[in-house]
Each structure stands twice: as C-alpha cells, then as structure tokens.
Design a protein around this ligand. Sequence first.
Ligand SMILES: Nc1ncnc2c1ncn2[C@@H]1O[C@H](COP(=O)(O)OP(=O)(O)O)[C@@H](O)[C@H]1O
Ligand SMILES: [Mg+2]
Length: 244
Amino acid sequence: MLQINDIKKNFGPIEVLRGVTFSVDAGECIAVVGDNGAGKSTLMKIITGVYKASDGAVMLADKEITGTEPGEIRELGVEMIYQNLELASQQDVTANIFLGREPTMRFMGWDTGVIDFKSARTQAQEMIRQLGARLPSVDIQVGNLSGGQQQSVAIARALTFSPKVVIMDEPTAALAVREIQHVLDLIKELKSRGIAVILISHRLTDVFEVADRIVALRQGVVIADERTGETTMQDVVAHIVGAH
Ligand SMILES: Nc1ncnc2c1ncn2[C@@H]1O[C@H](COP(=O)(O)OP(=O)(O)O)[C@@H](O)[C@H]1O
Ligand SMILES: [Mg+2]
C-alpha cells in the first residue's frame, strides 16, 4: 500500500534521513521506533507532504506521491494523527471532525456549496458511536474534553474519509491506561478493515501488542526491520540505543 524508497532529507548541512526504505501492506501495522532525533517525525512529514524529500520516492499503491501537496495526499487517502493532535480547541466535536470538509446541501441534484450542519452533526455522531468513544455530545467544545476523548476526536477525523493509510505519532503518550487499550483496539480494527497503519511509539508493550513488523531507525537509517513474532523487546531496545 505504501512504499518508502531510499528517502533522504537534509536541512542545510544536517543529514536527518540518509536513505530510508521500507513498505507497509494493506491491513498491516508497522511500528517505527527510535530514539529522540532518529528522524521518525521528519520521515512522516515527508510521507504526508509537509516536507519535501531531498532524494528518494514515496509510492502509494504504485502511484508516486513524492512532491505532492499535503491536501492532495490526504485526498488520496493518507491520514496523519499528530502527537499534539492539532485540534481546534474552541470549536465543537463536529467542526473538528470535518474541518473544512463538511457535507454541503444539494438542490435538485446541484451542489449549493452551503454546509449541511445537520448532516455533519449526524455523521459525526455516527463516527463517534462506531469508534465506541464516550463523549457527552458532539456539540461540546473540544478544549473541554479529556485527553482520551480528544484522541478519539482526532482519530474520528482521520477515519471519516475512508483512508488507505493512517499514521499515528505517539498516539498513547498522554493517555490513561483504559484509554490506551482503546487506541490499541482501534488500531486492530483499522487493520481488519484493510487499512495500512504506521505507529510511532516509545511504548514497546503497545508496539508488541499491535504491530506486525518493527522498523528501528537510528540516525536517519533503518537498522532493523523485523517481524514482531521473530524479535524480542530486549533486541528492539538494543537497536534503539545502538547496542548492536
Ligand atoms: N525543520 C528542521 N530544521 C532543522 N533540523 C530539523 C528540522 N526538523 C527536524 N530536525 C532535526 O532532525 C533530527 C530528527 O528529528 P525528528 O524527525 O523530529 O526525530 P524524532 O521524531 O525521531 O525524534 C533532529 O536532530 C532534529 O533536530
Ligand atoms: Mg518525533
């Protein structure tokens, strides 16, 4: 579904990614692990078009998306859930789920361009219900929700438009234990729907629960790419810190 071919990135003289290659199949979850500064977030920003690669290519189902604008990459089905969630805290849940992609009213078959708030609200409620998230209402301001509830809104936003690939950067970092399990169950659900998932996480117990493969990055290169069932937590820690 997604293939990363020899991606390089430098910021001026600093080489942050020095030729990264790996791929993710439909229905597969790849965990990308590595110490702070290894280049994980930079790589994800290249996949989503936020940064331009210095060299190499990103392919989405055999179509090259390198150099494509972020909005278009999202339209093609690559969704990213950022570490800091990037929600509009002053706006309600419905507005955050759609953020500029609200359904519009049709009149005699023509798109009027007028936002259909009622339909947006109903779709938002349905999305939250499908996720099994517990929110008091979709009309509540996102800034008034708990960390886990905000995470659910960010995930609902990513899933509303039937993505092919979902990238999550530390999705459980700020969550309570019960909420973490909820996110992990959700990743399993995405896999069962045939979505390719890239999970960045420092929590190796989470990684071992949901990932099919673990890609370890160190100083901008892949130093290990192993099936979860064929490695151990000790080995993964050793890759991260550079002990082997
Ligand atoms: N916009 C930028 N300009 C210069 N250096 C950057 C920029 N973004 C990231 N870096 C550097 O790239 C390296 C990798 O960062 P990052 O991708 O955020 O790592 P990770 O997510 O694995 O912690 C770091 O040394 C960081 O300082
Ligand atoms: Mg990062």
